[in-house]
Design a protein around this ligand. Structure first.
Ligand SMILES: NC(=O)C1=CN([C@@H]2O[C@H](COP(=O)(O)OP(=O)(O)OC[C@H]3O[C@@H](n4cnc5c(N)ncnc54)[C@H](OP(=O)(O)O)[C@@H]3O)[C@@H](O)[C@H]2O)C=CC1
Ligand SMILES: O=C1CO[C@H](CO)[C@@H](O)[C@@H]1O
Length: 317
């Protein structure tokens, strides 16, 4: 099978352009999903503490290393610092906990999951009596400065951001001595992130596309809400090319030089999502898909609207 393209990050480290997402992959399903993915050829797994399944992802990784299918150095493992651990004195412990969960001694990439912090040392979604998330005003620059020594120590080979808007990215770049190399953001045809991609790439930061299939299992989707993969224009294109809509959506990001991390716990889909390496989209098809952009954000993080660092409230991109 054709190999997944590898992108060189601005710090010289390679990242496989296609990875497996793990949000909402239940502990009982994710062990097999990650094992299947590694058997199929995936070498990049996207994790996060808040997904609640790092121990099981780690179990699958350890099993495949023990079987001799892969070596640790063949894998690219990303995880993310959750919002309740932004306070500088909590950052090291959070990373060590993630490493312990994943049974690893280093991560390839550690991201600040969101720029906005939540009240520390309690629930991961600390809510008041009315169900409103309780914020913390820790500045993400202080969080970043706490991450830098951990990268120097080798606990994370690269550092990055997630859900940071262009102004927030710039603010980190101005303060950072270890530069962020990735910004992981929602990205698919309805929200193609063209401006953010251009902005970040001009500054040595690659985008990773999350929810590339439109996250049909997102918990806040309203019943009957149209799904990206059901879009008739995409279905027509997929039929013309003899591919599935999911394959078109994944290949779209590969054509654009964006890293892409579709999630599935279904072996047949994990396989077909990987079978995107032996065909290309014509430039006019990429342009056609680009034209579907409608600022259609599917992960708006409404729970923390009003936070001074909410990335999607005040700034254009
Ligand atoms: N940094 C951040 O804030 C965020 C990061 N992420 C990351 O990005 C990953 C991907 O995004 P996510 O929101 O999960 O959504 P995706 O867009 O990857 O969609 C996942 C859903 O699509 C289904 N699916 C997968 N492949 C196919 C296929 N070939 N045909 C039909 N349906 C398919 C999956 O079902 P099934 O599993 O049942 O097969 C699942 O329901 C996450 O898992 C996570 O790792 C996501 C959101 C936010
Ligand atoms: O990665 C993510 C998916 O789930 C979380 C909510 O539970 C989001 O906050 C986050 O962006």
């Amino acid at each position: 099978m054709v190999k997944v393209p590898v992108i060189k990050l601005s710090n010289g480290k390679p990242i496989p352009q296609l990875g497996l997402g793990t949000w909402q992959s239940k502990p009982g399903e994710v062990v097999q999903a990650v094992k299947d993915a590694i058997d199929i050829g995936y070498r990049h797994i996207d994790c996060a503490f808040v997904y609640g399944n790092e121990p099981e992802v780690g179990e699958a990784i350890s099993a495949k290393i023990a079987e001799g299918v892969v070596k640790r150095e063949d894998l690219f493992i990303t995880s993310k610092l959750w919002n309740t651990f932004h306070r500088p004195d909590l950052v090291r412990g959070a990373l060590l906990k993630t490493l312990q969960n994943l049974k690893l001694d280093y991560l390839d990439l550690y991201l600040i999951h969101w720029p906005q912090a939540y009240k520390e040392e309690g629930e991961l979604f600390p809510a008041d009596a009315d169900g409103k998330i309780q914020f913390s005003d820790v500045d993400y620059l202080d969080t970043w400065r706490a991450l830098e020594p951990l990268a120097r120590e080798g606990l994370a080979r690269s550092l990055g951001l997630s859900n940071f808007n262009s102004k927030q990215v710039e603010r980190v770049l101005q303060a950072a001595s270890v530069k962020p190399v990735v910004n992981q953001v929602e990205c698919h045809p309805y929200l193609n992130q063209k401006r953010l991609q251009e902005f970040c790439e001009a500054r040595g930061i690659k985008l990773t596309a999350y929810s590339p299939l439109g996250s049909p299992d997102r918990p806040w989707a309203k019943p009957g809400e149209p799904q990206l993969m059901d879009d008739p224009k995409l279905q027509t294109l997929a039929a013309r090319l003899g591919k599935t809509v999911a394959q078109i959506l994944i290949r779209y990001q590969i054509e654009r030089g964006i890293i892409v991390i579709p999630k599935s716990v279904t072996r047949s889909r994990i396989l077909s999502n990987y079978q995107v390496l032996d065909f290309a989209l014509a430039p006019e098809d990429v342009t056609l898909i680009d034209s579907f952009h409608c600022n259609g954000r599917l992960v708006p993080m409404t729970a923390s609207l009003g936070h001074k660092y909410h990335p999607f409230e005040n700034d254009e991109f």
